[in-house]
Write a protein of this length. Sequence first.
Length: 402
Amino acid sequence: MYLGRPHPGALPVVGNVLCHDGVLARALGVPAEGAAGEFLARAQAEPLEPRRVGDAPVLAREIPVADLGDFLPVLTHYEGDSAPFLTTAVVSVFDPATGTVARGVHRMERRGPDRFGVALLNPPLSEVYGRAKAAETPLPAAVTVGHEPLTFLAAAFKGKPGIDKMAGAGALRGEPVDLVPAPRTGIPVPAEAELLLEGVIDPADERPDGPFGEISGVHVALEATPTFVAERVWCRASPVYHALLPTAWESDRLLAMVWEAAARAAALGAGLPVSGIRALPTTYGSTVVLRVPPAPADTIKTGLRAVLEQTHVKLAVAVAEDVDPTDPWDLAWSIASRTQPDRDWSVVSGLRGQPIDPSAHEAARTAKAAIDATGYGRVAGRRVRIPEGAVEKARELGQRRR
């Protein structure tokens, strides 16, 4: 959705970019019905190293830092937010421990025309910043805004140590991502981004952050986050500003796709095959349903426990091959008809959860649950099914009577 300029001199705003899975299918170059499977397959493919370039669209224009306040239309999303927030910022820094670039999607609170609080809650950036803070050293950083969907998704993935997330973006895209050195910091950034802010994350300037209306549907306030100070600003010749409403379908589906891929990889790594997977809508990736072939109960339990080790997953449910993991009615039937809570449900306490989970304990520790709703080897009886072709026949009869 193109929303135009909120005021003269500001960038035009676009939102609801990933409005449905058809957009993902178009980015992947596959039919809509095959998008989810293709995305999961590419998410597990070998990384494709980025391509280094010397010039790029994102460096077409330099904007005076003094003009940044009017130029960048950072939005206030909800009643009660402490300030306008950047919600699509990809933050990139050099990681001396691995010799690579660490990246992630992090919310940024506007604290002045050229200053933003940056919430570095998750690795790898939380770890890199922790070392910079301990050394009392400002951390050079590059912030990019406005990416095509697959590159943005890759930046939100849980990365592998020592591997640039943009190599994962290349695997998703099926072609390398072009990276250009940011002129001031030298940090390689996506050449096709709309906007680039260069500067430092200052550990000497930590302030209370929020409240902010998070994707979890409640306001979250942080005790303190460091301040990013912009020193140079670059953009495309005719840039747009990508805004992401945290509790909307777009942001929920983005997180869901990221954690579907992570959950599937965790289950496979624990020896549990997965033939289908879906994170339930409105759960911001925290409730994952896995369709699995017949397997011993212990194998399913081990696989579900591995899925729960993923930070964002709070509830993992295994269903049988005759259940559609994307259908909430099928899921509810499976839990009601194929489980006994004292046998098939389990709760694990003290695991690391999401910092934005309003019910989590201190340091984001939380209990998590697993449900084996497959019924394999335990629940007898054939499931009722409408004969093949009957639905189409009924539809034809209904059309004749109109």
